[in-house]
Design a protein around this ligand. Structure first.
Ligand SMILES: Nc1ncnc2c1ncn2[C@@H]1O[C@H](COP(=O)(O)OP(=O)(O)OP(=O)(O)O)[C@@H](O)[C@H]1O
Length: 306
């Protein structure tokens, strides 16, 4: 299946290095979340993959080929980079028809993607009358038009209502389950956690992580256990001999850091502590991401910048 391959990719704009010797591969059959702070180089990398910019050195290929050499590229790669890209004076349907015609995509696909993206009833309206979320849906419709093996979306949930956000999540899952290659950038960590199987994280144009999402969280956020009890004294004395400390969060609620719910559950039940609630606090993608980017800032900031 078709992968995206970024090899030792560097892009400089004048003296600014937007992408710095970047190497990673996005394989098919999973959703890869593309993360990094503002200015980290995500959009530049996507533009380089799409041949919209030329690398200073290195390469970015799709199935081993430069985008520029693909015949009828929309049938191979669907991308959403800028939802404002559609002509304001065209209708949504005409915008898609023009794209379809230029790539020998049958007209029926236009209607199919209009239905899929929930734009049927707005299809004959001019794009200038579209809301931000509708433009976003139109951009996604354009990306799906050629039934491509590779889908690259920059901030697809931008401007979407809650129903739209759930729809995007399900769409990404389905595209990956169909064996396509899916790369999605986002600043929304809860959102990314809900759809990504794998993460590629950039910082200052460099690769900071290329790892399965679960492993990324587990390696950076120590698990904790949340407990609610009617007898805090018994709780503390059950845990202390085993080196665990229960810290009170609010009336009746306690947290035990660096602990697993199974271990704590066994200890408190053996000691007969009355437990009203016991839950694993496994850490979030946001915590793990902030931990990584904070460490990176500390590592790279020179004393003058600090
Ligand atoms: N056409 C350009 N000319 C000059 N500098 C550019 C150009 N495009 C991007 N840059 C610079 O390259 C760096 C990377 O930008 P890029 O837009 O790729 O980051 P990003 O990770 O997509 O950020 P964001 O999350 O804010 O979208 C930034 O410092 C940006 O100012």
């Amino acid at each position: 299946m078709t992968s995206i391959d970024v090899q030792n990719l560097t892009k400089e704009y004048g003296t600014r290095r937007a992408v710095d010797h970047l190497t990673f591969r996005v394989p098919s059959g999973r959703v890869t979340g593309f993360l990094g702070p503002n200015g980290a180089g995500k959009s530049t990398t996507m533009r380089l993959v799409l041949g919209l910019d030329r690398p200073t050195s290195g390469s970015a290929t799709i199935g081993g080929q430069d985008y520029a050499t693909l015949r009828e590229p929309l049938r191979r790669v669907g991308a959403l980079l800028d939802a404002q890209a559609a002509h304001d004076s065209r209708t949504g349907r005409d915008h898609l028809r023009v794209l379809a015609a230029s790539n020998r995509i049958p007209d029926r696909r236009v209607d199919e993607v209009l239905v899929e993206t929930g734009l049927e009833s707005a299809a004959t309206r001019r794009v200038r009358t579209y809301s931000l979320g509708m433009r976003q849906r139109l951009g996604i419709a354009a990306a799906l038009l050629g039934d491509p093996e590779v889908v690259m979306l920059d901030e697809p949930s931008n401007g979407l209502d809650p129903e739209g956000i759930v729809w995007v999540r399900q769409l990404l899952r389905r595209l990956a389950d169909e064996g396509r290659t899916v790369l999605v950038s986002s600043h929304l960590m809860n959102e990314t956690a809900s759809f990504a199987d794998h993460l590629v994280v950039l910082g200052r144009g460099r690769l900071l992580a290329d790892t399965p999402m679960r492993a990324f969280i587990e390696s950076r956020v120590r698990p904790a256990v949340r407990i609610r009890t009617s007898d805090p004294v018994a709780l503390k004395s059950a845990l202390a001999p085993h080196g665990h400390e229960a810290v009170e969060q609010q009336e009746g609620h306690w947290t035990v850091q660096h602990a697993r719910v199974d271990d704590i559950g066994l200890l408190v039940s053996a000691a007969g502590v009355p437990i009203l609630e016991l839950a694993a606090d496994e850490g979030t993608l946001e915590q793990a991401y902030l931990d990584l980017t904070a460490a990176e800032t500390e590592f790279t900031a020179s004393p003058q910048e600090a």
